[in-house]
Design a protein around this ligand. Sequence first.
Ligand SMILES: Nc1nc2c(ncn2[C@@H]2O[C@H](COP(=O)(O)OP(=O)(O)OP(=O)(O)O)[C@@H](O)[C@H]2O)c(=O)[nH]1
Ligand SMILES: [Mg+2]
Length: 445
Amino acid sequence: MSSKPATTRNVHVIGIGRTGAAYVEALVRTGEIEDLLAAPDASFAALLVDIGEDDVFVPNDYARSLGKRLESRRISQERFHYESVNLGVPEVNQLTKDIESARAPLKAALGESLIEKLPKDFASPKPGEHTPRAVAKALAAIQLQVGNKPLAAALERFAGQVKKSGGASTVLVAFGLAGGTGSGMAAALARSLKPLLPANAAVTGLAQLSHSGDGDYHNSLAQTMAIESLAAATAGDAAANPFPGGLFVVPSEHSWQRLSAYTSTGVREVRQRFKQMVTNRFVADSFMRWAASGGSGHLARVLADAKGKWVLFDVAKLTHPGVQVLPGEAGSKWDSVLQQWIEFVPKFSGLREGFKTDRAEIHVYAARDMKTEMLDDELRRVVASAYLGGKTSGISTFRTEFFDVLTSYGLVILPGVKSDDLVAYTEAKAAHAKVDAGSRALEAA
Ligand SMILES: Nc1nc2c(ncn2[C@@H]2O[C@H](COP(=O)(O)OP(=O)(O)OP(=O)(O)O)[C@@H](O)[C@H]2O)c(=O)[nH]1
Ligand SMILES: [Mg+2]
């Protein structure tokens, strides 16, 4: 079965930290965003916030080239706003003073608190190092509330662009759960943005889980505490919810496994870094390609159906060019490979055994000769049996012909997920139970 989405909405993005930057890059790189911007009343705003410059050069480049592509299509530049904000970390004495200046205004503006005291031996993170969540939140609060408030000004410019279209829109706030910068700042930024936006703009979280190839980041204390605070923030009072539009939780394990299985040539460390980068790019690209497709109607429908509940968005990568089957080999060799990786969906989705839902969506992306119908049927069978008590009737499926003949993947979208359904949360929480109060305070936000 295949159907077309009905509505056209604008989609905007704020990316925070390295993972957030990958999502911003993914959206400005898609052709879909150009198509969205071709509509007369369209508008697109993108904001990237990070500490340090390392991870923002590439997205900034792609944003510039989107500007040029729009120009060549005679689409007004007025419809597109892009800004990249880089925060520095002051040395520890200055940081302590700045935190004191931001504390009361943040409390007054958002009702939120900041870390009471930095630990005695605390050293400000150097460029490229992990910034603890509590410090990242404090840095955001300083830039939002103190002096000439540069981050607040950037949010106003962003909101100004959102308002240029009278149409409804989804504002995606993307970040990695396992890091500090993105997951520490996301809620405060989202809550500061909301009053600046028109009522028809829905602020929506886009939170990526770590995977088993992530080294220290894998199921980090930061991720456990980020999930915990998101669970509290999205459950209670609707006015205080940073993400009233909903929250996507994006596991990256399936893509990591697919990419890293059978690839073992090259220098080990270089290979590891490259695989991590490719995995994260693939997951972010797959999400944004979907989010901007069909006038962003798929995105709007899934969020409306979920009614504020968390939505698991699993990117199940099934084939990777040149791995297991080589270009030029018999196409029939793909069949067993595809079958094998479809069966892995429940294993790598990160959901606890016994998780059940009554609805799911499956989107298949494959080239014409990749047996799309078989992929569709098999994914439906596996997902129904794992999560819907065997009933395929609750599953809607969609197919997109993919331009890359050697890559195929399925998106498995499951609404109604809670923190306790995530194995990454429940297992890591138990493992982190004995962590000392000081480390805990640094990762709380
Ligand atoms: N190694 C690697 N990991 C990436 C990349 N892009 C995203 N990630 C993911 O990033 C997660 C860690 O969070 P980051 O987004 O790096 O964290 P951050 O928000 O920049 O916060 P910091 O910890 O303060 O740097 C891991 O789970 C990775 O899966 C990439 O290009 N390389
Ligand atoms: Mg970072």
